[in-house]
Design a protein around this ligand. Structure first.
Ligand code: HEC
Length: 157
């Protein structure tokens, strides 16, 4: 329940609350309050569900029929992608591929949050991909490192 409550807050709302409470007090107090709300924001991100991240970040393309973007609930779009496997596909999306911007175009998105959104979309289209645990995240990070190394090599040519 706490998670849901925190997710309901937008970044701005939390910052505004921090400023509002901080007004009229010492600058130190203001910073303290802002610091606290930023910590809460980070926690909110870590606990954000895949569905929430999808709605906030991915749905503009993956739910609006942007050309080539595999759509939510579309088994035909997702079938070949599911075959790539969770770690590989998640890493490709994270690094970016053709029309897919790195990190879904949101540079401050965490890998955990991004991975959950991928798993959520995969499940919507018949995949059995759980939210990643620590072992899966480690695999995803390994694939990301490989992908980035390959990209650097291509650029160096
Ligand atoms: C600006 C539009 C846009 C946004 C926002 C976006 N995507 Fe995509 N995404 C695309 C497009 C277009 C493709 C297809 C890329 C291609 O194959 O040309 C794609 C492909 C993908 C793929 C498949 C990658 C592959 O290897 O084929 C995954 C996974 C993915 N997106 C995840 C996400 C997630 C998760 C988010 C949100 C955090 C997100 N995307 C946000 C446009 C977007």
């Amino acid at each position: 329940m706490i998670n849901l409550g925190l997710q309901g807050f937008s970044r701005n709302a939390l910052l505004k609350i921090g400023v509002w409470i901080g007004q009229g007090r010492s600058a130190h107090c203001l910073f303290l309050l802002l610091g606290l709300s930023l910590t809460q924001l980070l926690q909110a991100e870590e606990s954000a569900t895949g569905e929430h991240v999808y709605q906030e970040v991915c749905s503009t393309c993956h739910g609006q029929n942007v050309p080539r973007a595999p759509q939510l609930n579309n088994r035909k779009h997702w079938a070949p992608l599911l075959r790539e496997g969770q770690a590989v596909l998640t890493s490709h999306g994270w690094v970016g591929v053709r029309g897919m911007p790195a990190r879904g175009g949101k540079p401050d998105l965490s890998l955990v949050a991004f991975s959950r959104a991928v798993a959520y979309m995969a499940r919507s289209a018949g995949g059995h991909w759980p939210d990643p645990d620590a072992a899966m995240l480690a695999q995803i990070e390994k694939e990301v490192a490989k992908r980035e190394a390959a990209r650097r090599k291509r650029m160096a040519r």
